[in-house]
Ligand binder design. Structure first.
Ligand code: AMP
Length: 443
């Protein structure tokens, strides 16, 4: 199935979210029209009446036409409304909240944190911080990214010097709150970004603690690709009369073509190498189920002469950043990542996503595929499937509402026996080493 050649606005399909079942709360209001006329795409960003210094940042970033989420979200956010943004990464959602925040904070005293953006991962926090810096470059507003795994001193110093916007992961933010190095008392806008992933990663207790420090009145914006019940509950508790804007979140962007490659588990790496050899690929993101496998596959690719790196949770922050920088700069062409590590990864030129291992849910498939086919671009998504993956294939086909093309690579030896050591080294589904690979007891 191919969706290539669609216009940017067609990348995002307006789909209806299935309403929450068995929720104890009354349903969240569906899309509420923003007050006043909605700007049309041809008006570009002018129609939002952003401060000229912000418009200069928009222009410098090269944005010409607002994306659908920006069209729908910016007007109500500028009016001060609370908002639920149902949109996945790749839709331009970051600018949809960053631009109104910059506009609002320009009118406030400097040196106080006026907006707090909560992110699930360091990578997303860094990227959001970069977007704030990029769009706000012609304004005097400053932002700081706050996350763990790195020294706290520099963050404390930046906070002490005075910033207006903080982009923070929950754990490290709590450290700052407890140490008294982060003053939440002037926060006017709170953004909870990728709420579903925050919940997935077990951050709900931390978020509740953070919310206890923000008891004063504020504008709250919550962005999420999906609406599990946990997120709905939080929405009902902390958002006041929210506007809901919804941008086709349940389906992968339409500029991506999808294909399945049936293959035995032991032949995945040879197949990956054969595909890489036979296609001209600008930059490739390979997903594996476990950290160990990400590391092993990237080593195997490097051994075969490819410029590959891994991105997985066992790396230090420095190693992760080095891998990301090299991938962005193009010196690494293939990044082998786990779902969590790649979350929020924003590299516009990713041409191919290869699911070395099947994702564990249709949602995860959407998130992985969202890494390619970014605004105005097209991409390809290849998924390796073994016999065990058939149920998930059916779920993804259901999500896409179309059967997925199954491909066989010509001239590939599908009957080859496992390479020596290949089978033995394959990690178990739970990420532990297989029993047979353990060193035999000394006799
Ligand atoms: P996001 O969904 O916020 O991660 O954004 C995805 C990518 O789209 C980022 O690299 C943004 O810089 C880019 N982007 C956001 N808004 C626009 C726009 N209106 N025009 C072109 N690119 C955009």
């Amino acid at each position: 199935m191919s969706h290539q050649g669609k216009s940017p606005s067609a990348l995002i399909e307006a789909e209806s979210l299935p309403s929450a079942s068995n929720t104890r709360y009354s349903p969240i209001p569906e899309t509420v029209p923003a007050q006043g006329p909605s700007p049309s795409a041809t008006d570009g960003f002018q129609a939002f009446h952003l401060h000229p210094s912000i418009m200069a940042g928009v222009q410098a970033a090269g944005y010409v036409t607002p994306t659908p989420i920006q069209m729908k979200a910016i007007p109500p956010v500028m009016q001060g409304r609370d908002l639920i943004g149902l949109a996945q990464t790749g839709t331009g959602k970051t600018a949809a909240f960053v631009l109104p925040i910059l506009h609002r904070l320009l009118a406030r005293p400097r040196g106080q944190v006026g907006a707090l953006i909560i992110s699930p991962t360091r990578e997303l926090a860094e990227q959001t911080h970069e977007t704030v810096t990029q769009l706000g470059r012609r304004t005097p507003l400053r932002s700081v990214a706050i996350y763990g795994g790195v020294g706290i001193y520099q963050q404390t110093q930046k906070l002490r010097d005075g910033v207006e916007i903080a982009v923070a992961c929950p754990g490290r933010l709590l450290d700052h709150l407890w140490q008294g190095t982060f003053d939440p008392s002037h926060i006017e806008v709170l953004v909870i970004d990728e709420a579903d992933r925050l919940f997935d990663m077990g951050f709900l207790p931390d978020i509740r603690k953070i919310l206890q420090c923000l008891l004063h009145e504020r504008q709250t914006l919550l962005f999420s690709a999906t609406m599990p019940d946990d997120v709905r509950h939080l929405v009902r508790e902390i958002l006041h009369d929210p506007v809901t804007v919804q941008i086709g979140l349940m389906r992968p962007v339409a500029s991506v073509s999808h294909a399945l490659y049936p293959v035995g588990q032991h032949l995945k790496t040879p197949l990956l190498k054969a595909i890489l050899k036979g296609n001209s690929m600008e930059s490739v993101l390979v997903f594996t189920r476990t950290k160990h496998r990400a590391e092993r596959v990237s080593q195997q690719l490097r051994g075969a002469g490819y410029r590959a790196a891994s991105l997985q949770g066992d790396l230090s922050q420095y190693q992760r950043q080095a891998a990301l920088d090299a991938f962005r700069a193009g010196s690494v062409k293939i990044l082998v990542a786990t779902d969590v590590a790649a979350r929020g990864l924003d590299v516009l030129s990713i041409s191919h996503v290869i699911n070395y291992d099947m994702p564990d849910s249709p949602d995860a498939y959407t998130h992985r595929i969202g890494r390619t086919g970014r605004i105005g671009a097209t991409g390809e998504a290849f998924t390796f499937v073994t016999d065990k993956d058939e149920d998930m294939v059916r779920s993804i086909e259901h999500l896409l509402n179309a059967p997925l093309e199954r491909r066989r690579l010509p001239n590939f030896d599908y009957r080859a026996r496992p390479a020596v050591g290949e089978f033995l080294r394959a990690p178990r589904r739970d990420g532990r080493r297989p029993i047979r690979s353990r060193r035999p007891a000394a006799r």
